[in-house]
Design a protein around this ligand. Structure first.
Ligand SMILES: Cc1cc2nc3c(=O)[nH]c(=O)nc-3n(C[C@H](O)[C@H](O)[C@H](O)COP(=O)(O)OP(=O)(O)OC[C@H]3O[C@@H](n4cnc5c(N)ncnc54)[C@H](O)[C@@H]3O)c2cc1C
Length: 445
């Protein structure tokens, strides 16, 4: 084991701030920190500004905490510990700056409005202390400003975005960052001089995420099987990507050779990150402004039936119950359930977005808002409002033998199963009329 070097307040150090990048390999910001010349302290901050938005027993806190414990196990040979703090980020850095002589704070960029605002505050604070703050692109392959139109404006339609994105990537090799090879530059100080405030949320030591890249066979079969929810045919990497347990660069590179359709899904992820970065108002407003005038029917009883998976539409209910029981929902079902809420029940997409945000282990604001605005036809490259999913036809097409439905709705085809909350043809025409009125009345187009 390496000897412990006692640092005093004047020893210059750098700091790496783990956020959505909980891995040691191919970690861009970590690599830059480790190769910048000073010993590196590492931290993770459970952000007090955000934790109150979650239930006390939200499993996602446990995923993060247990993952850091896992990383700390791997870092034992380096006599290094990633320090956990429970504070607001500004408070945390204020305390750290009093104890250490930090030269530069390194981290990877975030593109959600909260992350951008938080980083701007941290940047101001650090610069007031003469500390540098350097951010790197890691969560996505290309920074949202790297794939722009010729007039430097962001794309709002997926196909031209993906063409530009691919052409930018073609013109340069994907760079990998061997952070794992420079871990000996981590500081050898096992305890941070800042005590950890007690959490007001619970940690379940058993809730861990399994790290794995998709198997080749899964990628090869992806195109033909991915739409059938009863099959285990999608790769279920979204939660790993959410917390950065796997590298998007490695995933893209390995998948590209086996399935372009799959690689394209990863470009959708980049697209939504870019849309949120350039149009942050879409977290609360429709991308297409006219749809903010939609007269939503805010029927709480209907909303509850949708949340609980008791709408009387078996495919919708199966999707919602999968979500409630597992924290995951197959993509086809995300589209069907979101369409049902916004079109059949005419309930505001923001209610649905927020319900998914509370439940999905892979919750990612860019993809979630993007997916919801797509389904609600209010988004930038959305399904046209008059193309309304028919839940029965979706079942016949994608779950012919009701295998997925039976898995999640045991009382399906029994007397205990609820009657439909709304009749399909009526709901379809009502939605088309409602959307048409708003579309036709729009003066701003
Ligand atoms: C209403 C709605 C809400 C959604 N909310 C989220 C969310 O909060 N977090 C999230 O990661 N994805 C979200 N998605 C996108 C998609 O449903 C999930 O990424 C996918 O189901 C995750 O399962 P998987 O990893 O097995 O996907 P796979 O089919 O194996 O795809 C691999 C990866 O590609 C990316 N991807 C695939 N489809 C999409 C897509 N449509 N948009 C963006 N990225 C995609 C994801 O990173 C995914 O993990 C949402 C989609 C809809 C329609």
């Amino acid at each position: 084991m390496l000897p412990t070097i006692k640092m005093n307040k004047n020893t210059p150090v750098n700091l790496f701030w783990f956020r959505r990048d909980l891995r040691l390999d191919d970690n861009h910001g970590l690599y830059k920190a480790l190769t910048a010349g000073n010993p590196v302290i590492t931290i993770y901050i459970f952000d007090k500004n955000r934790t109150s938005d979650f239930a006390k027993d939200d499993i996602r806190h446990s995923f993060i905490y247990n993952r850091i414990e896992e990383l700390n196990e791997s870092l034992k040979p380096y006599n290094h510990t990633i320090h956990i703090l429970y504070d607001t980020p500004v408070e945390a850095f204020t305390k750290i700056a009093q104890e250490y002589s930090i030269k530069t704070v390194f981290a990877n960029e975030e593109y959600e409005p909260y992350g951008i605002e938080r980083d701007a505050k941290i940047s101001d604070y650090l610069s007031s202390q003469n500390i540098n703050f350097q951010l790197y692109t890691d969560q996505v392959i290309l920074h949202p400003n790297q794939a722009l139109k010729s007039d430097n404006k962001p794309y709002t339609v997926f196909t031209p975005f993906s063409k530009k994105w691919l052409s930018v990537l073609d013109s340069q090799e994907i760079s990998f960052y061997n952070s794992e090879e420079s871990l000996s530059n981590l500081s050898k100080e096992p305890h941070l001089k800042i005590p950890l405030s007690p959490f007001d949320f619970t940690i379940n030591k058993a809730s861990r995420l399994n790290i794995r890249y998709p198997a080749e066979i899964k990628l090869r079969d992806y195109e033909s099987k991915r739409d059938f929810p009863a099959m285990d045919a999608t790769t279920k990497v979204s939660t790993l990507l959410r917390y950065g347990l796997i590298s998007i660069r490695r995933l893209y590179k390995m998948s590209y050779n086996h399935s372009f359709v799959y690689a394209k899904e990863l470009i959708w992820r980049e697209f939504y990150a870019s849309i949120l970065f350039h149009f942050p108002h879409i977290t609360t407003q429709s991308f297409k402004k006219q749809y903010d005038a939609l007269p939503w029917i805010l029927n709480e009883e209907h909303f509850e039936r949708w949340c609980e998976g008791k709408t009387g539409y078996p495919i919708v209910d199966a999707g919602m119950r999968e979500l409630n029981e597992t924290g995951f929902m197959h993509n086809r079902l995300r589209m069907i359930t979101a369409s049902f809420l916004t079109k059949h029940l005419l309930i505001d997409w923001r209610w649905g977005e927020s319900y998914f945000a509370n439940k999905l282990h892979d919750y990612d604001q860019a993809s979630n808002v993007g997916g919801w605005q797509w389904a609600a036809s209010t988004g930038n490259d959305a399904v046209p409002y008059f193309r309304i999913f028919n839940p029965s036809l979706q079942s016949i097409r994608f779950d012919k033998n009701n295998e997925y439905i039976r898995r999640w709705v045991p009382e399906f085809e029994t007397k205990r199963y609820p009657k439909p909350v709304v009749e399909h043809s009526f709901a379809r025409l009502r939605a088309i009329d409602t959307y048409r009125n708003v579309t036709n009345n729009d003066q701003s187009r």
